[in-house]
Structures are given as C-alpha cells and as structure tokens.
Design a protein. Structure first.
Length: 207
C-alpha cells in the first residue's frame, strides 16, 4: 500500500493528529484538514480553542462523577430532581442516553467502567466506594442498577448489590427490554425509557 506523499510537513502533522482519533482513517483525516484550510483563521482558532478549553477546564462532578463545568453538575444541583433515587451507570455516555429518554428524574452515579478481570479492572478502580458512602450519608431510598447487560455488567451489578444490601434500601435494575449482551448507549430511546420505567427488584432479576 502506497504512503500518502505530502508537499508540506505542517499539513502532514495535522493529518497525523486527526488520524489518531478513533474511527478516523488517513483519507478522512486529510479531507478534514483540507476543509479546515478553507475556513477563516478565526474559525479555525475557535475550533482549536474549544478542545484546549475542554481539556483544561472540564471538571467531574464531586457528587456523581459526571462531566461538568462546575464542581457539582447541573443535574445534581437541580432542585426539581428526585434526590432519593440514584441511577448507577457505567459511563458519561449512559447518562446522556438515559437523559434523552426524558423518563428519569432522579440523580446518577457514574462508575467510570465495570468490573472486568480480563482487562485488569477491579472494584477498587471504579467509583463503587463513593457510591456506598453516598447512599450512607444521603437520604437515598432507591438505587437503580443500569449497567450494560453483559457478563461484566451483571458481575458489577451483583457486586454492588451485595455491598448495598445491608443498607436496607430499594435496589432495582432496568427491565430486560435491553437485549442480553447490549451496551446501554446503543439502545433506542423508547426501549431504554421503558426499561427504566419498568425496572424490577434486583433480587428478583436472577431468579
């Protein structure tokens, strides 16, 4: 396979940087860079600065670990949310997916992953202990386990269930409208919304 020849090392460097992004090949990267060259200097600076600002100024909510502009995110600080219900998710994309359903008015807790021994990820690598502390210190009455229906997701669900069981709170899981093996972010909004609304007691989910 022939290597793309560049007349400019500056152009080549820009293409190489875009090509580092997931799902972006060198042809697509070159097309994006050439597109940027057609834009005004101001527009390109705005484009670049948005990513610099993202990296330098983005924060993680001290309560739920969601991405935020402030120390406490807009969801956790919204007085109209149900502070007694916490939905546990794997990552930030899952928060976005559930919010898009407009079916859930509680709060979230982002684990930052799921237990996966094959990948070297154990309970200590996730925000599980902070979840336990949050339930113990706040007036939380229900925890919804909304992790992907994979073996790793189910393992994480069961681990959290065992940790929370002594606290005498309601522990539920999303209904199995989500197909076994599916990741939450790929579920359509209607199915995901119904899965939240029709959640079941976790202890009944493996009977």
């Amino acid at each position: 396979m022939s290597t793309q020849q560049f007349s400019s090392s500056i152009l080549e460097n820009a293409v190489n940087e875009f090509a580092k992004l997931p799902g972006i090949g060198r042809k697509t990267s070159l097309r994006l860079v050439l597109h940027l060259l057609k834009q005004s200097e101001f527009e390109v600076e705005m484009f670049g600065n948005s990513f610099i600002q993202l990296r330098k100024e983005i924060q993680y909510c001290q309560v739920c670990h969601n991405i935020s502009d402030t120390t406490v995110c807009k969801i956790c600080s919204n007085p109209s949310r149900d502070f007694e219900t916490v939905c546990v998710v794997e990552n930030i994309k899952d928060v976005m997916s559930i919010e898009n359903t407009q079916q859930f008015r509680g709060l979230y807790h982002v684990l930052g992953g799921i237990i996966s021994p094959m990948d070297g990820i154990g309970p200590a690598d996730l925000e599980i202990e902070s979840l336990i502390q949050r339930v113990e210190s706040k007036n939380v009455k229900e925890v919804i386990l909304a992790l992907s229906t994979t073996m790793e997701g189910d393992t994480t669900n069961f681990y959290i269930f065992r940790k929370l069981a002594p606290l005498n709170i309601k522990i539920t899981t999303i209904a199995r409208g989500i197909a076994i093996g599916d990741e939450l972010q790929y579920a359509d909004e209607v199915t995901l919304g119904r899965s939240i609304l029709n959640r079941v007691e976790f202890s009944n989910s493996f009977k």
